[in-house]
Design a protein around this ligand. Structure first.
Ligand code: SAH
Length: 267
């Protein structure tokens, strides 16, 4: 059967280096696992060889699906869009890992979805654009530190494992790639209102160069609520979001919540 023709709009860059594929597959050792975007199965073949892994693959591209059904008839394969799939229906109970050489054009959306299922996903690993990998693993004070760094690091320990050159893909992408692994940490719940936390992080980073006094204005003075002055909160508001750790964002969220008189409606 013919090779799959790479389609740009699906973010298709097929990995051609088998040793890299094997190394990526080894970032997960066992358990129920979803592979996103198997393509022609370069990673899949190693995942299938590991008898400790119970694999389900999700592929949106009909041509790749036909190829996989021919070459890997034993593979549990679903033709569909990972972003639209109801994972609770697909896997009604228990934990599952997520792995892939991901479609780079939707990698952020994939990670937001992983966050939606964070209590069921102990490990998420795979290959993404190097720049995005640096963002995810970045620490406060760093230029790359942003929304996804804070939201993911609140629940996951993130390892930047290794960098991958563009020449081991067909066709080669314009950017370098990197392999990461995220392992769920011990924090079950944040010590604050989690919805407000997300809003604070997103709103602050939407204007990342500004002091948070300015960027958080919409949250701070929304209408009828007056703020009680609080020294610690005032200090936070003179900072820029990239200076704050996950723990400090949690503290800030609590201070914002408490400082609103009659705070029932700030979310
Ligand atoms: N894992 C393969 C292919 C990587 S390219 C390899 O390493 O060679 C990314 C793959 O993700 C492609 O096969 C593409 O068709 C698939 N894909 C893109 N968007 C998807 C989506 N929303 N859901 C599932 N698969 C998707």
């Amino acid at each position: 059967m013919q090779q799959v023709r790479a389609k740009k709009f699906l973010g298709q860059h097929f990995l051609t280096d088998l040793s890299v594929a094997q190394k990526i597959a080894e970032t997960i050792s066992s358990g129920r696992t979803i592979e996103i975007g198997p393509g022609m199965g370069v990673l899949t073949q190693y995942l299938l060889k590991n008898s400790q892994i119970d694999l389900t693959a999700i592929e949106i591209d009909r041509e790749s699906v036909a190829y996989l059904r021919e070459w890997y008839p034993e593979l549990n394969l679903i033709e569909g869009d990972f972003l639209k799939l109801d994972l609770d229906k697909l896997i009604p109970e228990g934990e599952f890992n997520v792995i892939g050489n991901y479609p780079y054009n939707i990698s952020s959306q994939i990670f937001f979805k992983v966050l939606d299922y964070k209590d069921r996903i102990p490990v998420c690993s795979g290959m993404i654009q190097k720049e995005v990998a640096e963002r995810l693993a970045s620490k406060p004070g760093n230029k790359a530190y942003g929304i996804l760094s804070v939201l993911l690091q609140a629940y996951y320990d993130i390892e930047y494992l290794f960098t991958v050159d563009e020449h081991v893909f067909n066709p080669p992408p314009k950017v370098k790639s990197a392999v990461i692994r995220m392992t769920r940490n011990k924090r079950r719940r944040l010590d604050c209102d989690e919805v407000l936390f997300k809003t604070v992080v997103k709103t602050a980073f939407n204007q990342r160069r500004k002091q948070m006094r300015n960027s958080l204005k919409s949250i701070l003075d929304n209408g009828q609520w007056t703020m009680d002055k609080n020294e610690r909160l005032e200090w936070f508001l003179t900072r820029r979001p990239e200076q704050l750790s996950v723990e400090e964002f949690i503290e800030l969220t609590n201070l914002i919540e408490k400082s609103h008189v009659g705070n029932q409606n700030i979310l």
